[in-house]
Design a protein around this ligand. Structure first.
Ligand SMILES: [Zn+2]
Length: 106
């Protein structure tokens, strides 16, 4: 919902229609694909965003593993190194929730 609000705020000044919106969503951001798509449809109706495409770029969760001295991509939601099974509390990537671009129609 907040993504839709942010984009609406960004484009409301020029009154144009939006063709597509790209967002970057981290695996640990708490956003679920289906929920985001649903919220998008519900919140964009009747706004400049109606009929706009939502393009989602998913970012995998990556932690810094002290034991491996390396960045490790997490296969799931557990903050545990997949190589050595050490707990890795330092999330390097995966909490993103950014608007990358807004494409105007016409
Ligand atoms: Zn490790």
């Amino acid at each position: 919902m907040s993504i839709v609000q942010s984009v609406t705020d960004a484009v409301s000044t020029d009154g144009g229609r939006v063709d597509a919106v790209s967002v970057r969503v981290g695996a640990m951001s708490g956003v679920i694909s289906e929920a985001l798509t649903f919220a998008w449809g519900a919140a964009s109706g009747g706004t400049a965003l109606a009929d706009a495409r939502l393009e989602i770029e998913w970012v995998p969760a990556v932690v810094w593993c002290e034991a491996c001295a390396a960045e490790r991509e997490l296969p799931g939601m557990r903050m545990v190194c997949p190589a050595c099974q050490t707990r890795c509390p330092r999330l390097v990537r995966g909490r993103e929730l950014d608007i990358l671009s807004v494409e105007m129609a016409g």
